[in-house]
Design a protein around this ligand. Sequence first.
Ligand code: GLY
Length: 390
Amino acid sequence: MMKYFLPLIYFLAIISGCGRTDEVNLLADRVFSLAKTQYAQMDEALGDGQFPKSTDSEGNLVTSDAGWWCSGFYPGSLWYIYEYTGDETFRDIAWKHTRRLAVLKDRDTDHDIGFQINCSYGNGMRLTGDSTDAALYVECARILADRFTEGTGVTKSWNFLRNDWRYPVIIDNMMNLEILIKAAEMSGDNSLKEIAVRHAQTTLNNHFREDWSCWHLVDYDPETGAVRSKETVQGYSDGSSWARGQAWALYGYTMMYRETGMEEFLEAARNIGNMIMDRLPVDGIPYWDFDDPAIPEALKDASAGAIMASAFIELSSLSGDSRYLETARRQLLTLGSEEYLANPGGNGCFILKHGVGNIPGGTEIDVPLTYADYYFLEALVRYSIISSEE
Ligand code: GLY
């Protein structure tokens, strides 16, 4: 059922005569070498059940437990290091941290269980073909599916209610549909895939503005499915375009087209991608919110740049439009510059600097973020694969 993929380094070795002189490929070699050092050091620093979160103002590692929405990204990054380098030490470390997330099936989780389980177990099963944990993966997908109601046509994001929300759904949920589709394939329960498709279609109807930018949060009436409000939580204002939200939308619809072949999702991904390309600064890394009036003094968000780069590479392959790949190249080369890349002689944590977590909430501002690293590594792996195929 699960395909076995050779670690990428073996794959590259098989492609004889393939010149590795492309700037992004050279960058990938450097980044994965740095990643091996930084991620092995973080492994040594982490106790059982601890996951990296960020660094404090002194550059010390800040950790979370399995419940934090980002807990799957560290094991996920370890999987990409294994995929790229073929170093089996990283396969073993990746399984260790992946399996520490098994506790989530018995916890009070929200929609983020998709990120947590798919980035970790999803990559582990994809790369090793080991299906020991397939039942747990499907169980977690069902926990997410239980957040869906027919009346709304969407999975609910959070359990807490702020303002007068009744059924809040954030654009980030688009990322959590992949586990539903993969679990449908594994279990043969197609209702999981149907939920993913319904969620993506309802979101397409309600989350986007005329220019293809999106709101962060749409609140629904749980009885009628009517839209009650459209607002932001992590962006500059309700009417602004929070950069990571636009990145989640781009990645989510690209993934949904890959998984379903439904043209409406490709069209959405292209429209979102075109809107983003029109608004990106020259170096390709977005300001944390496209509409912050402080631009060009506003902070940039490396995480949004990395998510976009990974999505643009896939969208370019799926659509055959090379403009998306050119944008991704620009983004990756900027992220690989001295300004964004961690200093190899530094604190031994993370790969990218300058991530923006939540400015309105006053947390994780201009710091390393696990998801910035994860999507950066994923983008570099994707780039290496497509450039090997040329
Ligand atoms: N999913 C939460 C965030 O993007 O910050």
